[in-house]
Each structure stands twice: as C-alpha cells, then as structure tokens.
Design a binder for this molecule. Structure first.
Ligand code: UN1
Length: 508
C-alpha cells in the first residue's frame, strides 16, 4: 500500500486543499479516508477551511489569466501529456480507485481508461473549437461567432466515478482555457488527490501554473455551497443525487451562474419477446451489478414482455447465483462491496418498502457477513418482481436491486420507461427494426441516452453524456459538450464605411 501511495504521490497525512499538487495547511475537521474493501482507514485528511478555499480560488483565478493566453492547440498538447501520465499510472490509479470505492479492478482500470480516452478526445477538440460564420444581412458586413475561455470552473463529483467524471469536465475545461477547482466526494478523496497531482505535475513540467487544477475537500454544505455561491466560478458542474443537484443548481442559478448537472438515473431496459435471451442476461449482469449497482447508469428496471418473462426470470436467477461477490481486488470477483454501511441501510429500507408494497423478492438482498464481509459493506445482489406503480420504483436506490416488470405491448413498455421522474439512460433489446425505431423515435424513450441491444451503462466518452427531467439536463464528455466550458461571442464587423442598420431600419 505504501508503495502504491508513494507512486501516486499520496502522503501519510493529507490536506483538504491542493493548488496543483501543493498542499495547503488546512484547519478543517480531520476525517478518515477509508477503503470500501475492508472499511479500514487509509489515511487521515484535514478538510479545507474558508481560508484554504479562498487561497485555492485565488490561485485558480491567477492561473486562468495566464492559461487563457496559451493557444488552444498548445493547451491540447499539455492535455496530451496528462493522458500519457494516466497511461503510465493506469494500473496504480485503477487499483487505488478500487481500494477506495470497492469497484473491481477491471472497473477501476476501466475508469482510468475513460480518463485517458477523454484526454485523447480533448486533444483533438483543442484544434476544433469551431464557431459558425454567418452571412450578414447588411452589405459590407461580416458576422461570425467565436469561443473564448470561460474562467475558473467548479467540478463536484460523486464517489462512484471519482476520476472519470472529473476528467469529462476537467480535460474539456483545460483545452477550453479554464482552470478547474475540484470538490470530490468525501468518500473518494485519495483517488482525486492522486489524479489531480498527476495532472498538476505535467502542467508544472510544461511550465504552466499548477493552480490550473486544484482540489478542495470538505462537506457539501460548506465547500459545495461556497462553490455554488462563488461569482468567480462562472460554471459549476455537479454530479450526484437529485437532491444535491437541486441545491447546487438553484444556488448557482440564483447568482445567474451556469449549473451543469448530471444527476440520478432510474434506467430501464425493455426486453422484447424476440430478443436474444443470452445477450440480455450478459448485458443485464454488467448493467445491474457493475460497480455494485452504484452507477448513475445502472439498470434498475427490466421491463420484459409477458411471453418471455418467466424464462428470462429463471435465466437471471441462475446467472445471479453464479456471481462471485467478494474482495474486488481478487481475480474472478464480479461484485465488490457497496461504498459504506449507509448504502446498505438504504438498500434494506428499499427492500422493506418493496415487500410492504406487494413486490416479490425473487433472489438475494441479504447482507453478507464473516471474513472480509465484516469490514466492508457486502450484499447479495437482488432481483424483485414488482408493479411499476410501486412508489419505490420511481426512486433511485443506489444499490444492486433490479426490478422486473411485465409488459404486453411496446407502447405500454415505453410508457413504463418514461414514467420515471428521471431520464438518464434507457435501452431496448429487440431484433425487430420497427420496435427499435419506435423506441428511438420522438414517441419513444424520453432519456438522454437510448441504446439498442446494449445495456444502459458503460457509455463511451465520444457521445454527450447526460439526461433529461430529474437527471439534470446537463451534457458532458463528448460531442459538443466542450461548448459549456467556453463563452460564446457573436461578432459583427462593418467594413463598408457606411452606417447600415439591421432590419433595414432608417435612423436619419
Ligand atoms: C456515473 O455513474 O456517474 O456510462 C457515470 C457509464 C460510465 C459513467 C457513469 N461511463 O456507466
């Protein structure tokens, strides 16, 4: 462990405020960074106080003023090297993420790969910060739009994807010319310190101010609130619960800043009678159990056509029985622990509500004990048969509970898909073109992500990621998500030598 920490630049005692990789002396509360694997303390962290927060924002603001003058392709070159640093540290950083969050090694490393992909994407984007040019209605005039750096931006992330989600924001922000202040979840601070330090060291080696990437650690009520209210941060991106998003979003909007929200999901998969059951089972295993059901994209509702419901139910129970649960650092284990005991308590409460509401637990749901299970928060993943009208089904319980729901007609299934208050990800399994096209049409899924014959999770970074309704409306990562991190300017140049007014107006 010491060797791993050393390779990643984690100190024995950590501070809750970092300007680049430079620790500030903080005066906040001392908290423990714990491993989800066995619940043991990995390191103590002194949280940021108001003074430390202030120093970080000042450093970010100063770094921004220098960085915005670097041509965008030059900024891209720095991000290319950050990607290289992530490549070189993929195994160690992936392992730290697994130790801290409890996700299996393949997923820990997969998350670092997502950050590497994001760097590659951002490098290319740094040469493509395109604005439109348009034809002026006035003779001798030229019109175009251009994108400028926005300022220091705030990035609030959740415990489940400590590095990937930061990279979606940070790498675009960096090529856009912004500085990034990162408030990671208190449950995954070491992964954040490690990732930020790797990026900061590259930035320093390239001769740029380390303050371009900063970390502030502390409670949401304090640090999250400060960031949301801080007029020096024109954009605050926040990933987490709907409740958190509502707080951050309204606070940022109240000062007319820009919130970028990526909130909870309640993702459904529709399984049509003609689907390939083997494919469905494999996809559902990853989608419902991956990250122990703690992804915003986790499959939570499986909406199955009546004629194949029982067959699929049995196949799934069989597959769930074969899932090896245990130490996520061991080979062959598919499901590690939940993040902590609170998550287990939330799962138990949900199961009570399911049973009280007439739902049937088909498999699993037990809290596991003995050996490593006693240190971490290990559970058996759970399959339940429910009516979609059960109120708990409308809520996102961040745990491996999969609801099985029956349907007769595709319209009905789409209705069930869309009745959730959230609208992040969705998918259909079918080999019928008309069914998949209906699902993807304006009458189909109302989610930000809609897939065919793949699950709801595990998105590639190339597409814009985010959802509708309570999922927050933000879009991050690929496609044109970079625009959120820049300010758009529309320019009109009059080279005619005459005064020409738009709309053909006379003013003489
Ligand atoms: C999240 O859970 O907040 O699509 C992000 C996925 C991952 C990202 C999940 N690429 O499942």
């Amino acid at each position: 462990m010491e060797n791993l920490f050393e390779r990643l630049g984690i100190k024995e005692w950590e501070q809750g405020a970092l300007i680049g990789s430079n620790r500030l002396d903080c005066r906040g509360r001392v908290v423990e960074a714990k491993s989800a694997v066995d619940g043991k303390c990995l390191c103590k962290v002194r949280q940021a106080d108001a003074a430390a927060y202030e120093l970080v924002v000042q450093a970010a603001a100063q770094a921004f003023v220098r960085w915005r003058d670097v041509p965008a392709p030059g900024r891209g070159e720095v991000v290319r090297r950050i990607g290289q640093a992530f490549r070189e540290h993929k195994k160690e950083l992936g392992r730290l993420i697994s130790i801290e969050t409890g996700k299996i090694l393949a997923e820990g490393e997969g998350e670092v790969q997502e950050a590497i992909d994001m760097c590659d994407f951002a490098v290319g984007q740094s040469r493509m910060l395109y604005g439109y040019s348009m034809h002026s209605e006035r003779p001798g005039h030229r019109m175009f739009e251009q994108y400028h750096p926005l300022g220091p931006v705030g990035v609030i992330t959740a415990f489940n994807f400590p590095v990937a989600v930061w990279s979606w924001n940070a790498m675009l922000a960096l090529i856009a010319g912004d500085a990034v202040i990162w408030k990671p979840s208190g449950k995954a601070v070491l992964s954040a310190i490690a990732a930020n330090s790797l990026a900061a060291r590259v930035i320093a080696a390239c001769g740029h101010p380390e303050g371009l990437v900063d970390v502030v650690i502390g409670p949401g009520e304090d640090i999250g609130e400060r960031m949301s209210a801080d007029t020096r941060l024109p954009l605050v991106s926040a990933t987490g619960s709907v409740e958190m998003g509502r707080r951050v979003g309204t606070r940022v909007l109240s000062r007319l800043g820009k919130p970028l929200l990526e909130l909870g999901g309640n993702n459904a998969v529709i399984v049509s009678a003609g689907a390939d059951p083997g494919l469905v089972v494999r996809a559902v295993l990853f989608g419902a159990l991956g990250t122990s059901g703690q992804r915003c994209t986790t499959i939570r509702r499986l909406i199955v056509q009546n004629s194949i419901f029982d067959e699929l139910k049995e196949l799934l129970i069989g597959a769930y029985k074969g899932v090896k649960i245990g130490n996520p650092l061991e080979e062959g284990v598919l499901m590690g622990p939940l993040i902590d005991r609170e998550a287990v308590a939330a799962m138990e409460r949900a199961l009570e509500e399911i049973k009280a509401g007439g739902g049937k637990v088909l498999y699993g749901g037990e809290v596991l004990s003995g050996g490593i299970y006693d240190g971490g928060a290990y559970v058996r993943p759970c399959l339940c048969e429910v009516e979609s009208s059960l109120p708990i089904v409308g809520k996102e319980t961040f745990a491996p509970i999969l609801y099985l729901i029956r349907f007769e007609t595709l319209d009905q299934a789409i209705g069930i898909n869309n009745e959730a208050p959230q609208g992040l990800s969705s998918s259909i399994f079918t080999n019928d073109l008309r069914e998949s096209e209906l699902f993807l049409s304006s009458r189909g899924s109302d989610c930000g992500i809609a897939n065919v014959n793949i699950g709801t999770s595990g998105a590639e970074i190339g597409g814009a990621f985010g959802g509708e309704k309570q999922s927050g409306g933000g879009r991050e990562a690929g496609s044109d998500a970079w625009k959120a991190y820049m300010r758009r300017q529309t320019c009109t140049i009059n080279w005619s030598g005459k005064r020409e007014l738009a709309q053909g107006m006379e003013f003489d």
